[in-house]
Design a protein around this ligand. Structure first.
Ligand code: DX5
Ligand code: ZN
Length: 216
């Protein structure tokens, strides 16, 4: 088994202390930083955009994973490529032509992922799976941190795991020490976590707990 990668979501970070937060995550062993970009249209919430992603890029060498919860995500790929992010995911409900957008992301030198909402079945990816670098399984409805984990996500991850190799499986929403072992067992490669990590006294202990049962 490969090392499970931990991707703290900066949605729950103290943005007034961004440099300190990122330094603390680095020394706690974070592998990737997950950035939730929301437009108040595809999802009801507004978060942040290019200026913050760009500021984060200057503060760390860790890979940046941008989760686009926006309509017209294709408009934002070139700028994100220029900023120098490593991963971009989008929701297929937000675009007419998923295949074209995946190619566009890759042409910008970025890993391409599709995000699956809780109501969207794995079968909807069947025709596109071979093109994807990763699949982002949403284990909450997109829009907010600190929501309750939806247990049926485990079956989705296990189904996707049966369709490997060729892509990584990332899980996002309600991930904590109480479910991480089951998520890893089902086949998750990357665990995204906001409220669990940022609500912990020790980021390092939280990240270690998330990796539990992982063979290093
Ligand atoms: C939700 C975002 C998640 C969120 C996770 O729309 O995609 O990345 O930050 O937050 P927690 O880990 O608190 O569920
Ligand atoms: Zn996310």
């Amino acid at each position: 088994m490969q090392k499970t990668l931990i991707a703290p979501s900066l949605l729950s970070a103290d943005l007034g202390r961004l440099a300190d937060e990122i330094a603390a995550l680095e020394s706690a062993g974070a592998d990737i930083l997950h950035l939730d970009v929301m437009d108040g249209h595809y999802v009801p919430n507004l978060s942040f955009g290019f200026p913050l992603v760009s500021a984060v890029r200057k503060l760390t060498k860790l890979p940046l994973d941008v989760h686009l919860m926006v309509t017209n995500p294709e408009l934002h790929v070139p700028v994100l490529g220029e900023i120098g992010v490593q991963m971009i995911s989008f929701h297929q409900e937000a675009v007419f032509h998923s295949h074209r957008l995946i190619q566009q992301i890759k042409q910008n030198g970025v890993k391409a992922g599709l995000a699956l909402n809780p109501a969207t079945p794995v079968s909807s990816l069947e025709s596109i799976l071979g093109e994807l670098d990763f699949v982002l399984v949403m284990s909450v409805n997109p829009g907010y941190s600190a929501q309750a984990f939806i247990p049926s996500s485990l079956e989705k991850i296990a189904r996707l795991n049966g369709l490997k190799p060729g892509f990584q499986i990332e899980v996002d929403g309600g991930v904590a020490d109480t479910n991480s072992a089951r998520l890893i067992e089902a086949g998750a490669d990357i665990l995204v976590s906001a409220s669990y990590i940022f609500g912990s006294k020790s980021y390092s202990n939280a990240i270690k707990a998330l990796r539990q049962n992982t063979i290093l």
